[in-house]
Design a protein around this ligand. Structure first.
Ligand code: HEM
Length: 105
């Protein structure tokens, strides 16, 4: 679980970094596209636009989903912790490990 969490953290940081650093060239490209529409520069820009746009949409979409994903993760963690605590208080965890031991016998 620790590995998944640290991988998620790296992915979150990188998607934000990529989104932020592509924002400036993307904005400049849109302006240049409007100004140089019918020139050879415009044609070349039209070819590089789709991959940059795709990267913005994918990283932006991921950033949009992030709060909901972390809420889901937090909810699952809280439920698991609560179950562990109740099991410890009610002795259910011991019962469960006895049953597991019986199964493996
Ligand atoms: C194409 C679809 C796009 C989507 C779905 C999208 C979505 C998002 C989302 C959800 C965030 C995070 C907001 C938050 O943290 O609350 C964000 C941040 C940001 N977006 Fe976009 N965005 C898109 C395109 C763009 C474009 C075209 C630009 C600029 C040219 C841009 C510039 C930025 C910047 C500068 C941030 C702040 C990044 C940071 O936290 O360092 N985005 N975007």
């Amino acid at each position: 679980m620790e590995l998944v969490n640290s991988m998620m953290k790296t992915l979150n940081q990188w998607s934000r970094k990529i989104h932020r650093w592509l924002a400036l060239p993307f904005a400049l490209m849109v302006i240049a596209l409007l100004l140089a529409r019918d020139t050879s520069v415009g044609m070349a820009l039209q070819r590089v636009q789709p991959p940059i746009m795709l990267a913005m949409v994918l990283t932006g979409g991921y950033l949009f989903l992030l709060p909901y994903l972390s809420k889901m993760q937090r909810g699952r963690r809280t439920a698991a912790n609560a179950r562990q605590r109740t099991d410890a208080v009610t002795g259910r965890s011991e019962l469960r490990s006895m049953r597991e031991a019986e199964k493996t016998r």
